[in-house]
Design a protein around this ligand. Structure first.
Ligand SMILES: Nc1ncnc2c1ncn2[C@@H]1O[C@H](COP(=O)(O)OP(=O)(O)OP(=O)(O)O)[C@@H](O)[C@H]1O
Length: 347
């Protein structure tokens, strides 16, 4: 099912939480709404689901105006961050619930319900646990039940609000992979909210990046990461550093050194360069094209060596391959930095 959002606006008091958003979601697409806290992701998702109504704009589902239709008429399935399972019902009953209360006609027989629930529990790999209660499950298992429950009524659109937000990093990663596989198998148009860049980039077909109720950029994970459309997107997507720079004679200069620029160069004048931490190398000796910096902090993290450095009074973060770094690095030491690529924006 396609979703077309046109100039959608939602105000709370005088404040526009969603501010004239246009967004087209394609049939079968897995779309991430990514942005910092308060950027309007949940409000937008709730309007798609019919849990909130827009003050302005239109929302079409499969070409039909759904701006003011009831949630059940939209046929959407929801999964929220906090497992909204019924505590007094078994896993089986939780998944069956939606089917029992469904307004569809004719009603499903008990046999049909049992078969459907068993198929869904198979899909989320929880069939052996169908008799358990939610408090006998891990957080990840509960979210899988919540997903099975959301899928039970065969929604046209699946909406997920930080579905893995409350889980630990390893479980999150497993569930991501698993959600991607399920989505691939079922092909239901899915919109999920996250503030986790890695999650959005890893899972989504396309990512919409929100800032202050507006969309900054929509694109595939590679597009938004490699070609951020604004300083905000660049800053939000990459762990990195902002450095003052000057654009002159068709080049960007930091501390008088020319840096390779990957986006469209802004007009001549003062500018800001964004350098991702892994786009910085350390040269063995100062040489043309390098900049002198002082190490402030050296932190080995798994396979990486994370460095905080100061360059001309500005703090720079660099990430090196720990095993490829043979020279000892210590705080206070002066090193030569080579900035391999930068995104440069005006001002
Ligand atoms: N019911 C409400 N009444 C008043 N203000 C609200 C209401 N719901 C949301 N807001 C405000 O609207 C803005 C957007 O909120 P929203 O929950 O959509 O952001 P979000 O991007 O999902 O944030 P988070 O990642 O923290 O959940 C916030 O400033 C929030 O305080």
């Amino acid at each position: 099912m396609s979703i077309n959002i046109q100039k959608l606006t939602k105000r709370f008091g005088g404040f526009a939480a969603v501010d004239g958003i246009d967004l087209d979601i394609r049939p079968g697409e897995l779309m991430a709404l990514l942005g910092p806290s308060g950027s309007g992701k949940t409000t937008l998702l709730r309007m798609i689901g019919g849990l909130d109504y827009a003050d302005e704009g239109t929302l079409l589902i499969e070409g039909v105006d759904a701006t003011v239709s009831e949630p059940h008429a939209r046929r959407v399935g929801f999964v929220f961050q906090h497992y909204a399972l019924f505590r007094h019902m078994t896993v089986f009953e939780n998944v069956a619930f939606g089917l029992r209360v469904s307004r569809r006609k004719p009603k499903l027989s008990e046999d049909d319900i049992r078969n459907r629930v068993h198929d869904l529990l198979e899909l989320v790999q929880l069939r052996p646990l169908s008799g358990r209660y939610p408090n006998q499950l891990s957080g990840g298992q509960r979210q899988r039940v919540a997903l099975a429950r959301a899928l039970a009524t065969e929604p046209r659109v699946l909406l997920l609000d930080e579905p893995f937000g409350a889980l630990d990093a390893k479980v999150r990663k497993e569930l991501r992979r698993w959600l991607r596989d399920i989505h691939k198998g079922m092909g239901v148009t899915t919109v999920f909210v996250t503030h986790d860049q890695e999650e959005a980039l890893e899972l989504a077909d396309r990512v919409a990046i929100l800032n202050k109720g507006r969309i900054e950029q929509v694109g595939t994970p590679a597009e938004v990461y490699d070609s951020p459309a604004s300083a905000f997107v660049c800053d939000f997507l990459g762990s990195g550093t902002r450095l003052d720079c000057t654009v002159a004679d068709g080049a960007a200069l930091i501390g008088g050194v020319r840096v390779p620029v990957v986006n469209d160069l802004p007009p001549p004048g003062p500018a800001t360069a964004y350098i991702r931490a892994h786009d910085i190398d350390l040269a063995d000796v100062p040489e043309p094209g390098t900049l002198p910096a002082t190490i402030r902090l050296v932190q080995p993290v798994g396979p990486q060596l994370r460095l905080d450095l100061t360059l001309d009074g500005q703090v720079v973060e660099a990430v090196l391959d720990r095993h490829a770094t043979t020279t000892p690095l210590t705080p206070g030491q002066t090193v030569a930095l080579r900035l391999r690529r930068a995104n440069v924006y005006p001002g």
